[in-house]
Design a protein. Structure first.
Length: 320
């Protein structure tokens, strides 16, 4: 009876090597997979390494080509500025069309050379036709050319040191750009009047309300000029959001040190505001728009943090 009971309760014995194999199998599998992943990472690292150096070489070639060809382009545009001098409005429209096409070619070149990726052909929904004030955050140096390429031309407020450069000042004047006030607050009224004149020509105006490039993952306080112009001219205020991932040509990422991955630039419409809805109060409009931008930035940061789940990464490492 006892022997029969033991036969029922004790499972048949298996060879010891079977249990040993089962115990060793996960470790062996884990080691093999780690070797495979390490080899793959090494291969990927080498691939990204030489691609990064190729991108750096493309940056050098692009800057060299621009340095050689830009003076000829400026000279042609300066000549056209003189030829079309009789009608300032028509001259600005024609030159804006030419420069926007040049910017589109530039961004196609940057995409082809894998320096950056940006598709200017993407439509901006809800974008009003005709004159409007367009504002945006300012993460990179490419923002002006990218926005102008998408809009097909736009006037902007240019910093005085840039506007007054001898080689490009005739072009700035011909394009209808407006010299910024600089440190002199008394010149702000003149800038507002000049920009409103451009809006009456039917040209959109692009203004970065921070006044300079945005800090990483943050915004500087907004100035009031763009909102005052929209209220006085009674034109729509279009808020664009610009992202560049990974960041390139910011204040901390220089031209000749591009990131390992190709930066992808995106532009979309955040909102379109009518000044009448705010009783043409530029302070109220500025506060509402700045709060909206900061909320968008917080949502963007939250989305980025959710896309990286440390628990999932830890689980993946434990099971590999």
């Amino acid at each position: 009876m006892l022997a029969r009971s033991m036969d029922r309760s004790t499972p048949p014995s298996l060879p010891t090597h079977v249990f040993a194999h089962q115990r060793a199998s996960p470790a062996v599998t884990s080691a093999n997979e780690h070797q495979t992943l390490a080899a793959r990472d090494t291969k990927t690292g080498k691939s990204n390494g030489w691609k990064h150096w190729v991108r750096r070489l493309n940056v050098v070639i692009t800057v060299g080509g621009y340095t050689v060809l830009a003076p000829f382009g400026y000279a042609i545009l300066a000549l056209l500025t003189f030829v079309w001098r009789r009608d300032r409005m028509q001259r600005a429209r024609r030159l804006q069309t030419i420069t926007s096409r040049a910017y589109r070619f530039m961004h196609r070149w940057l995409s082809w050379t894998r320096i950056t990726r940006f598709d200017h052909r993407r439509a901006l929904p809800d974008l009003p036709k005709g004159a409007c004030v367009v504002i945006a955050n300012h993460p990179t140096l490419m923002d002006v050319t990218a926005v102008t390429a998408m809009l097909g031309g736009a006037t902007s407020i240019v910093k005085p040191p840039v506007y007054r450069r001898a080689m490009i000042k005739p072009l700035m004047v011909g394009l209808g750009h407006v010299e910024g006030p600089g440190p002199d607050p008394f010149r702000i009224a003149r800038v507002v009047d000049d920009v409103i004149e451009r809006l009456h020509w039917g040209l959109p105006v692009v203004i970065f309300p921070e006044g300079t490039r945005s800090p990483p993952n943050d915004l500087l306080p907004f100035g009031r000029v763009a909102f005052e112009i929209a209220c006085r001219a009674k034109v729509p205020l279009v808020s664009l959001v610009i992202t560049c991932e990974p960041v390139y040509l910011s204040k901390k990422v220089t031209l000749f040190r591009p990131p390992s991955a190709t930066p992808q630039m995106e532009i979309s419409v955040l909102a379109v505001d009518q000044p009448d809805s705010f009783h043409e109060h530029s302070r109220v409009l500025r506060k509402r728009v700045e709060n909206r931008y900061r909320a968008w930035l917080r949502d963007l940061a939250a989305t980025a943090s959710r896309s990286y789940d440390p628990a999932a990464k830890e689980t993946e490492c434990q099971t590999s």
